[in-house]
Write a protein that binds this ligand. Structure first.
Ligand code: MG
Length: 287
């Protein structure tokens, strides 16, 4: 099933999306997505029928978790072709420079304040950067919390999947020697359009695509992840308790703007659209 968050008269509302029919059915019984995740077994028994359906096109979608409780966990250099294009770009930060495949996954975070929805405008922040780039990423939504999760049990902890655009200011990523500053600007985490529950997703065989102004730039499959999903969950949860609603962006494939010579960074008016098999399409304009 696909669950979205959308703007209501006063507060955000939750809805069950039927993409084929083009409708969304308001879901009650939880105040937000994280409560829905926590109480999912109970709430799914009472999900709404056809009567309450609204045209999907008539609602303003919000990010599925508009205000995450804490930072979004992110993984860097997790597709080989992207690791190569990054290593050759001159934009790699000092602390992690060099190896195309590292022994351990590179993990960083984006602040929760970066999150925006499909259809929202991403700010180019021209006073602080001139090298804004896109990164399509399969993103895990944690259901059952836990720490020291063994890889063989990792999938028991994933409630669903969504798409994140890990927007990055490449000059800040390079200049500040660590990735946070380049990843943390307001509006730099478009997320959505919704969360698809894990039972509908084969996460190890998903096509991952990104277009800029209609031109296909990134085109890969999650089978090519260097560090697979169980490894990422085991690594991040080692000594760190994951909570329901935590988000883990799994890294981007080749084809980002810095990989071109000269680089193709984003400009005002550009539209970036990304899709992953079964997870919908996330589209944002840059200004
Ligand atoms: Mg990334």
């Amino acid at each position: 099933m696909k669950f979205a968050c959308f703007a209501g008269d006063s507060d955000p509302r939750l809805g069950l999306v039927d993409e084929a029919a083009g409708v969304i059915r308001p879901v009650t019984g939880a105040k937000d997505m994280v409560e829905l995740i926590r109480r999912y077994d109970e709430i799914k028994a009472g999900l709404p029928g056809d009567a309450a359906a609204l045209p999907l096109a008539s609602v303003k979608l919000l990010a599925p978790i508009p205000h995450p409780a804490r930072n979004i966990f992110c993984v860097g250099k997790n597709y080989l072709d992207h690791a190569r294009e990054f290593a050759g770009s001159g934009y790699e930060a000092g602390a992690v420079k060099g190896a195309e495949i590292d022994e351990y996954p590179a993990v960083f975070t984006k602040p929760a304040s970066t999150v925006i929805a499909t259809g929202d405008i991403v700010s180019l922040h021209p006073h602080v950067t001139s090298a804004v780039d896109y990164e399509v990423e399969l993103t895990l939504v944690i259901g059952k919390g836990g720490h020291d999760i063994p890889a063989e049990r990792a999938y028991e902890h994933i409630w669903g999947y969504t798409i994140v655009n890990d927007v990055t200011a490449r000059d800040r990523q390079r200049n500040h020697k660590q990735w946070f500053m380049g990843k943390a600007l307001d509006t730099f985490c478009p997320m959505g359009p919704w969360i698809t529950t894990a039972d509908e997703v084969d996460p190890e065989n998903l096509d991952v695509k990104c277009w800029v102004n209609g031109e296909l730039r990134q085109n890969a499959n999650t089978r090519d992840l260097i560090f697979n999903i169980p490894t990422l969950i085991a690594t991040i949860s080692a000594g760190l308790t994951l909570e329901p609603g935590d988000l883990i962006a799994t890294g981007t494939p080749a084809g980002v703007g810095l990989g071109f010579n000269p680089p193709k960074f984003l400009k005002a008016g550009d539209e970036v659209s990304m899709s992953i098999t079964g997870l919908g399409t996330l589209t944002n304009r840059f200004a």
